[in-house]
Design a protein around this ligand. Structure first.
Ligand SMILES: Nc1ncnc2c1ncn2[C@@H]1O[C@H](COP(=O)(O)OP(=O)(O)OP(=O)(O)O)[C@@H](O)[C@H]1O
Length: 206
């Protein structure tokens, strides 16, 4: 594998909603050990971009490749390559955080200690309560505990810091920093200040 084919490459990408083009001519490369922060006003297309990078939406124009393979026309992501965390927490409200993460772990075939992940994000005390009884920040922290389980190389995180207090934002920054330092790739959107210690983070503004 050549160096240029080892990561995520975006070429002349345009995304649209209906007839409205949100952005165009976007070129970007994200390589192992790199992080990108995507910013932009509400409605500029950050979520649309992440869903397109994940292969969940077709681009209006251009290409997105993972390890040299087109994510929209080829089976580019192998099991365990991608972790996509959307705006929503994707937690079943009737299940506990432990039950939700157990299901996710089985679905994605990943390993990792669920309770240790919840502890890292400071929600071990609410780990066995149905998620519908948790506050917005506790739900987000519980969903983020998934980052501690997953061995995926590419993290696409949509507003991971939403609803988090300063302490949880710091943990999130540390977890992303450790992932990138270990050779992972991370691209995230954020409206909040999110420090990623000892990690150069490039900015992409839509
Ligand atoms: N289901 C939809 N149908 C039609 N248009 C949509 C739909 N979802 C989003 N849009 C439009 O697409 C544009 C981009 O939305 P997107 O969610 O990607 O923006 P964003 O930058 O992530 O916004 P925010 O910061 O508010 O989360 C917005 O102007 C929005 O109105």
């Amino acid at each position: 594998m050549t160096q240029s084919s080892a990561g995520l490459t975006v070429q002349s990408l345009a995304c649209a909603r209906g007839r409205r083009v949100l952005f165009e001519q976007l070129d970007m490369t994200l390589m192992p050990g790199q992080a990108v922060r995507v910013t932009g006003d509400n409605g500029r297309g950050k979520t649309t971009l992440l869903r397109t990078l994940a292969g969940l939406r077709l681009p209006h124009a251009g290409r997105v490749c993972w390890a040299g393979r087109d994510v929209h026309t080829e089976d580019a992501f192998a099991d365990g390559d991608l972790l996509y965390l959307g705006h929503e927490n994707a937690l079943n409200p009737d299940l506990t955080a432990v039950e939700n993460l157990t299901a996710l772990r089985a679905l994605h075939g990943c390993r990792g200690d669920i309770r240790a992940g919840l502890q890292r994000f400071g929600v071990e005390a609410t780990a066995d309560r149905p998620c519908r009884t948790l506050s917005a920040g506790q739900r987000r922290r519980s969903a983020l505990a998934r980052l501690c389980l997953d061995g995926a190389r590419l993290w696409l995180l949509d507003e991971p810091a939403a609803a988090l207090d300063a302490a949880a934002r710091q943990v999130l920054g540390d977890v992303i920093g450790a992932h990138v330092a270990a050779g992972g790739l991370a691209l995230f959107t954020t409206h909040e200040a999110l420090e990623i210690p000892q990690t150069p983070v490039r900015s992409l503004t839509l």
